[in-house]
Design a protein around this ligand. Structure first.
Ligand code: URP
Ligand code: ZN
Ligand code: ZN
Length: 580
């Protein structure tokens, strides 16, 4: 990349020389929580412990009664994307500013080339859009929206150190735009496997959607409810299964983005019972915090604002089921798929639902929504919350423990979370550029009080003080140990040691995995064993039952005097339980 980022931040703000002490808080990582102070210098966590010896002139943040967590990592955003004839309202400045306001300190956005466009050219365009604007660090996935030998070559180039990409997204929907057929999808996934890069798939059957759309429009169904009717759960579930089969044929791991339905989760679970390679499932803040009844709203503006793909589901038990799937490790992480369009742009589909630009907000509210729906309800404990909002993404995309962990030598990307802070989500007060919020009017208890990005206090006791261009592009190296096993960069990675989802031994003649070695190779790296894989089922004897109504996150934090350290299943550094 020859285009040096244009930094708008004054040099004194870029240097992150500030010294910062976060005192008296409860540090929460994905594998445990403990009362510890955190000392930061030059953008890096330098000390974690008690009675730290700190240089004079250090700013102290008193985190009494607060949780000190790794900043969120949103693995799925679309900032400054042009799609379906419109451009997203959130650009890289406003989108990352909103992310920081909500406690997210890293986003991973998608480069989406046009058909026949060079992937390298599209990547370069994205870097030019983002580098000078981002308020926090960001990485890039690249879309494979068409197939040819040149695409394969460019995928290889993108995975080199120069470009720093380790994940590619393929679409099974958006027929006549980004969709690949199964042959091209197979080629793309095989290429990912060769490169030790992670294939990501948008799983919906694009042909069925196209046919259903024709039928609905012919029958006079033109409103936003047609969007949901054209692509029901089965249409998503079928594609999840097909994507898993294609990945299995390619002997490749797979990451399924924006899983929106119970059917999709079921198909993923089923695939895990037969497949050897890891299968990762991501869901969205939208499906945890909203539901498909919104499409029946008589106001076009309201209904259209909820149009995204796959759609929100009419089954009212879906949001809770998705929280439980995250808690139970049936799903591994939560993104936002932030892809916001103004009302005027949603109106492109006023007379034809298939022309409504697809996408919703979430980058700002993802953390608070999940906290409210899953932690405050006792479905998930704070460690698992950290896993699904931050650490697991860091592990999968190979930026752990630089990101996703409060520990010595990790980046000082930290959120000081106030579990008692009450607020009502509204477009009137949100930081996003969009004129609608799909979580409008929802009350949440628990939000960031301070957000530290690279050692810089960017949310300061509720005051947003980001700096445009302060964030850096984050290279994501291939061969992530959490995906492919072995040591990062090892010459001979051993994916066969990584049968995270395999309930039974291999029957095709391949030697059975050595489970002892597997645990060893995954030490500190396993996605499944990294935390309380389920806040409910993995309780240690005597550990509080989060399902009982007596659990209170406020009490957890108040209980500082009596119970200063809560250890969950695995010690810091991680101990894999091996199997999911
Ligand atoms: O509706 C959505 N999800 N919009 C963004 C593009 C995509 O498919 O991720
Ligand atoms: Zn998608
Ligand atoms: Zn998306």
């Amino acid at each position: 990349m020859t285009n040096a980022p244009v930094k708008k931040v004054p040099i004194h703000l870029q240097s992150s020389q500030n010294r910062l002490l976060i005192k008296n808080g409860k540090v929460v990582n994905d594998d445990g929580m403990e009362d510890l102070d955190v000392y930061i210098e030059d953008g890096i966590i330098k000390q974690v412990g008690r009675n730290l010896i700190i240089p004079g002139g250090t700013r102290t943040i008193d985190a009494t009664g607060k949780l000190v967590m790794p900043g969120g990592i949103d693995p799925h955003t679309h900032l400054e994307l042009e799609m379906m004839g419109a451009k997203t309202a959130d650009d890289f400045y406003k989108g990352t500013r909103a992310a920081v306001a909500g406690g997210t300190t890293t986003v991973i956005d998608f480069v989406l080339p046009q058909k026949n466009q060079s992937l390298l050219e599209a990547y370069s365009n994205w870097r030019q859009l983002a580098d000078g604007k981002v308020c926090c660090d960001y990485g890039l996935h690249v879309g494979v929206t068409w197939w040819s030998p040149s695409v394969k070559k460019e995928m290889q180039q993108l995975t080199t150190e120069q470009y720093g990409v380790n994940s590619f997204k393929m679409f099974m929907a958006y027929k006549d735009a980004w969709m690949l057929d199964d042959y091209d999808l197979s080629c793309a996934i095989e290429t990912c496997a060769e490169l030790k890069a992670l294939p990501m798939v948008h799983a919906e059957n694009g042909h069925i959607i196209a046919r259903n759309t024709e039928k609905l429009l012919a029958a006079g169904v033109t409103g936003p409810e047609g969007h949901q009717l054209s692509r029901d759960e089965e249409v998503e579930g079928e594609a999840v299964n097909r994507a898993c089969v294609i990945a299995n044929q390619a002997r490749s791991p797979l990451y399924i983005v924006h899983m929106m339905s119970k059917s999709a989760v079921r198909m993923l679970q089923l695939a895990r019972t037969r497949q050897r390679q890891p299968l990762f499932g991501e869901t969205l803040a939208a499906t945890v915090g909203s539901d498909g009844s919104q499409y029946r709203n008589s106001c076009f503006r309201h209904a259209a604002a909820h149009v995204l793909s796959p759609p929100l589901r009419p089954d009212p038990s879906t949001p809770q089921a998705m929280c439980e799937a995250l808690a139970d490790d049936h799903l591994q992480l939560i993104g936002s798929d932030n892809c916001t369009f103004l009302e005027k742009d949603k109106e492109l589909g006023k007379d034809n639902f298939s022309k409504i630009p697809n996408g919703v907000n979430g980058v700002e509210d993802r953390m608070a929504i999940l906290w409210q729906k899953a932690v405050n309800t006792g479905i998930m404990d704070p460690c698992r919350f950290v896993a699904v909002t931050s650490s697991t993404a860091a592990k999968i995309f190979n930026i752990w423990p630089q990101k996703g962990r409060v520990a010595v030598n990790s980046d000082a990307d930290i959120v000081v979370w106030d579990p008692r802070l009450e607020r009502t989500i509204s477009a009137a007060t949100h930081k996003q550029a969009v004129d609608f919020n799909i979580f409008e009017g929802q009350q949440v208890v628990g939000s960031p009080q301070f957000v530290i990005v690279g050692g810089r206090v960017c949310l300061d006791d509720g005051e947003l003080r980001v700096a445009e261009g302060f964030g850096k592009f984050l290279k994501t190296p291939t061969n992530s140990p959490a995906v492919f096993g072995g040591e990062a960069g090892a010459a001979e990675p051993q994916p066969e040691l990584l049968h995270l989802h395999m309930p039974h031994k291999v029957t095709n003649g391949t030697p059975s995995p050595d489970f002892g070695n597997m645990n060893k190779s995954m030490e500190g790296l396993s996605v499944s064993g990294c935390s309380t894989p389920t806040g409910r089922k993995m309780r240690e004897p005597g550990q509080r039952d989060l399902q009982t109504s007596t659990f209170s996150i406020s009490k957890e934090v108040e209980g500082l005097d009596t119970k200063t350290s809560v250890r969950v299943r695995n010690p810091p550094g991680g101990k894999s339980s091996g199997l999911w």
